[in-house]
Write a protein that binds this ligand. Sequence first.
Ligand code: XMP
Length: 325
Amino acid sequence: MNNVRPESMARITTTELANQFIDEQIAEIRAQVGDKKVLLALSGGVDSSVVAALLIKAIGKQLVCVHVNHGLMRKGESEQVIEVFRNQLDANLIYIDATDRFLDLLAGVDDPESKRKIIGGEFIKVFDEEASKLEGISFLAQGTIYPDILESDGVKAHHNVGGLPEDMQFELVEPVRLLYKDEVRVVGKALGLPVSMVDRQPFPGPGLGVRCLGAITRDRLHALREADAILREEFENAGLNQTVWQYFIAVPDMKSVGVKDSKRYEGWPAIIRAVNTTDAMSATIEEIPYALLHKITARITAEVEGINRVLYDLTPKPIGTIEWE
Ligand code: XMP
C-alpha cells in the first residue's frame, strides 16, 4: 500500500470534495473487502469515528466495531459512541465496560509511564480477547492519518498506547491514511457525524488516567470527570470551544484545607489547563475572561464533591508539557 501522499492530491476543504472522497473510498473499500468482515477498535475519537462511519456506509454490518470503555473516558463519551453508532447508524457495535479491570490494575500505581503501559497493555488484551471470540474476521480497520505515518518514528510514537498487537493476522483497511486531521473532520461532517464528535479535542489514549495525577482512586477520578464536564460546558457556552485547541482539568493527589458550610473541608484542587497550539510541540496559554474563571470556580467548588480549590495553569509549553504527567 502506498503511504506517500501524492503531490497532486488536492486538500479536502469542502463538502463537495469530501463527498467525492467518500464515494471513491466506498468503491475502494468494497473492492478490497468483498463480502468479508472487518474489525475496528472504535475509541470515539475523530479518526476512528470517521473510519467507522465510512465503513458502515460502504459495507454495513460486515463491520464489527468494538468500543472498550477503560473507565478513563470523559463524562458521557462512551454513551455518545453507543448513541451515535448503535442507535443512529445501526452499527454492529460491541461495547465492553472494562472499567473495573483497568482501575483494579492501576490501583496504587503512581508512576506516569507505568500507568501508561498498564493502560496500553490492558487495552490490547481486552481488544484481543474480544477479537478472538469473533469468527470470520479478515480485515482490521484503523484510523491512521497522514501525520501518524509521518511521525511514526518521532515524538508521537510513545503516545499511541492504543496501538494494536503486531501479530494480529489481519489485512489493514486504512481509508483516511492520506488525510490530515482537518480533512478527516470535513469528511466526518459530510458523513453526518455530530459536530461534537467531529470537532472533538485531542484526547490522550490513556484518557483521564494521566489527568488523575499519581495513583488513581475512584473518588478522585469521579471528581475529575465531573469538574472536567463543567469546564467543557462553560467553555462551550462561552464559545471558547471554537478557539481553544485543548482544555481540561487535572486533579493532583494532594489535599489542602478549606472551609464549607462553616466547617473544615479538606479537598483536592482542580487545575484548569487551556492551551493553543498548531502541532502540540509548543503551546501558548489562552486568555480566559476573569468572569468566566470565577464562574467555573464557583460551579466546580459547589457542585463537585471533594474539590475545594480551582487553579489556572499559566505555564506555556515549553516549559510545561500540555498534560501534567
Ligand atoms: P504533551 O503533554 O506531551 O502532549 O505536551 C502533547 C499532546 O499529546 C497528547 N498526549 C497524548 N496522546 N497518548 C495520546 O494519545 C498519550 O499518552 C498522550 N500524552 C499526551 C496531549 O493531550 C497533547 O495533545
